[in-house]
Design a protein around this ligand. Sequence first.
Ligand code: PA5
Length: 446
Amino acid sequence: MSHTLEWSRAWSGRLTGIDASAPLPELSALVERLRRECAAGELPFLTMPYRARLEADMATVLPRVQRYKHMLVLGIGGSALGARAMQQAFAPGQDGPEHEGPSLWIADNVCADRFEALLTKLKAEESVVVCISKSGGTIETLAQYFLVRDWLRAALGEAWREHMVVVTDQQKGFLREEARQHDLLSLEVPDFLGGRYSALSAVGLLPAAFLGIDWQALLDGAWDVARPLVEDAANLGQHPSLALARWAKALEDHGYSQLIFFCYIPQWATYGPWFAQLWAESLGKQGKGTQPVPAIGVTDQHSVNQMFLDGQRDKGCIFLTNARPPQGRSFGQDLPEKWAWLRGKPFGSLLEAEGLGTRMALCKNDVPLVHVEMGDIGPRAAGSLMLLLEAATVFTGWLMGIDPLDQPAVELGKRLANARLGAPGYAAEEADLAAYLATPPQRQGF
Ligand code: PA5
């Protein structure tokens, strides 16, 4: 069964009456832009020109990393979230009792305690470290790289190099220089493939492949969705990604400021943070954009759902389900009388019923909702969903008149942090910091 978008409740609330089948005035300009940017190689997440090279690189690198029991990934943002989503979706065993087989650890924060715990417990000789950074200059990732390099050297001497792989830009950046200088195994992040669009390159697929996940199927699934657009940009008008983009733009135009990503596929729960980063960093610009709100069904029915249902009427929802959720074991016939209606039913029936109940409740509360139903939840399906959401994000940006591929606002905080740490060349930021810190604090104890 294929995957579907179900639209019957999408144009509700303040979107009621909008004719989604009316011709989109900007369509021919968008088609032309798509054609141009594909031809110029500026949308590699869509055209995937890197696939052959990636396959060749994986053939060399995979056997070398799969010798190890542990993979420690150093990366942040788009360089970490895709790998985590795939790990949780397709190799969840690591979180279960008596796990055997490869283990993936993703260090995507600057938590000294957590980092220390990892380096204390991991054995260097059993571990390969994969340092992932498109720019090769992200301070959080490089800081971890420097510390791990010392850790490996202390344990292994010159052999440290065999335990380090870098995934970075083909030519530029500090990590690329490191790879050259120390003859490190390396994979490329292709030109124009920004972090949050890079999960289906070596960035996400090397960790996935290490875990034995069918990474080729992920790419195949992505291509299933990308191909109509790449083969003929004129297909854009009928493509589900543009339909999503059009709806997201309408939400924003009608005062909806939040977009819930309600995932009723528990195994895919960590696709929520992946989507949130993709959407927020791509579209939060010039005072525009909808705040992505990842939520997990059914867990968050007992958490944030009250606000979704009866808080401010400022939310739309993408509601994700699996058409054939696993059913698991069934309840016995001896359940207490009060629960007799559950007798003989499979555990999985709860997920279906609660998903339906929540979806209906959202609709009854006038939350415009697109239901994304996956025909299955294998890696190929995940690749299709990822590509759909990436394309929808880019097209939403185009409709909004912003650049969905940059992230200028986050630079300020980075520059200020660099200044705080004493990096040279940040005189203006140092002055700003001094003025900020000179403001007398108004502290209140608790
Ligand atoms: O999506 C993005 O571009 C960012 O979130 C980056 O992935 C993140 O800042 C890490 O950048 P880099 O991969 O250059 O280390």
